[in-house]
Design a protein around this ligand. Sequence first.
Ligand SMILES: [Zn+2]
Ligand SMILES: [Zn+2]
Length: 183
Amino acid sequence: MAGHRKHHLHTEDIENDPYSARRGFWWSHMLWLFYVQPQVFDRQQYQKFAPDLGRDRFYQWLDRYHLLLQVPLGVLLYAMGGWSFVLYGLAVRSVVLWHSTWLINSATHMTGYRSFDEVEDNSRNLWWAALLTYGEGWHNNHHAYPNVAKAGWQWWEIDSTWWVIKAMKSAGLAKKVVMPPAT
Ligand SMILES: [Zn+2]
Ligand SMILES: [Zn+2]
């Protein structure tokens, strides 16, 4: 999360954006993960760039133990369908999810259309990346208004994450949901 905020603060800056697309597709897609970058992995840095989340007990817990959560899921999958369920439900699913997420740092900073040309980076709206990531692929919209909960602004910009936020909002589970400015 701290890395994500640095990405917004210094978008595509070769030094300060942890996954700057100007360093090439593979760097922004996954190579950045294989180099020691304190702003991405160091807890002290979380405090600086994401102090709100660094203080939150739930996120502290999740940061420490998210890998362990896979263990009960693995046991459940094994009970349901043996090793093939574990392979597809854990390993294959995780790898597909990683690459889908990484496409937002790589592909949507390289190809697609722009609804907000005034945004001073190369972020783009990319329909197939949006489908893979439940809406995150409307990345030019997101860079134009990073604090707005909705990423798909046009009727054709399918954003299923927004549908979930909307449902949570009507159930009273999501508060302070930031909407796009009225045009
Ligand atoms: Zn971006
Ligand atoms: Zn973002």
